[in-house]
Design a protein around this ligand. Structure first.
Ligand SMILES: Cc1cc2nc3c(=O)[nH]c(=O)nc-3n(C[C@H](O)[C@H](O)[C@H](O)COP(=O)(O)O)c2cc1C
Length: 174
């Protein structure tokens, strides 16, 4: 298997905790953890297998003028890249109770940008077992990546991550 680049942000919260859970379930020789805060486009492009982790913090989208968080700063570096042939899986933290109308929206926005770069999105997850009203990350019965809710469903995270890795790791090996 090619080495996996696991990029996440922000640090110090649920995304980082989940990134570490994912890391604990993969052979350490197979991946490198990176904070998006410290990463640039060249580093991302150097991997053929990529996992991206983020949270949805507010209703803004990245086309508006934001400079507040790690992803707001990293996204402009991603736009315009050629990621053709790269396998990319996304996990997204959200809150399905307080933000039921915007559940893990940022995961959907990121997926759109990845598709514009030609990247091959893998690791879509069925909506079965999730409760929410609306999500930009949900289309035709599937999420574009793995949604996780550490605020209200932290007991499900470990199992959801394991199941997701069973799907994406064999894909990375192909
Ligand atoms: C100001 C704020 C806005 C949020 N907006 C959303 C949202 O629109 N959709 C959603 O699913 N979760 C939303 N959340 C929930 C976070 O995504 C969730 O708590 C996540 O676990 C935070 O992870 P982090 O601490 O690593 O950033 C919001 C949380 C905060 C504090």
């Amino acid at each position: 298997m090619s080495k996996i680049g696991l990029f996440y942000g922000p640090e110090g919260g649920n995304v980082e905790n989940v990134a570490k859970v994912i890391a604990s379930k993969i052979d350490s020789s197979l991946f490198t953890l990176h904070k998006v805060k410290d990463a640039d486009a060249e580093l991302l492009s150097s991997y053929s297998c990529i996992i991206l982790g983020l949270s949805t913090l507010g209703k803004h989208n990245w086309s508006s003028d934001n400079s507040g968080n790690d992803w707001d700063n990293f996204l402009p570096k991603l736009k315009g890249l050629d990621l053709k042939g790269k396998k990319i899986a996304i996990f997204g933290l959200g809150d399905h109770i307080a933000y039921a109308d915007f559940f893990v929206d940022s995961m959907g926005d990121l997926a759109q940008i990845i598709e514009q770069t030609g990247g091959n999105l893998i690791g879509k997850v069925s909506g079965d077992g999730y409760e929410f009203n609306e999500s930009r990350a949900f289309d035709d019965g599937e999420f574009v990546g793995l949604p996780l809710d550490e605020d209200f469903e932290s007991d499900l995270t470990d199992k959801r991550v394991s199941k997701w890795l069973e799907i994406i790791l064999p894909e990375f090996e192909k």
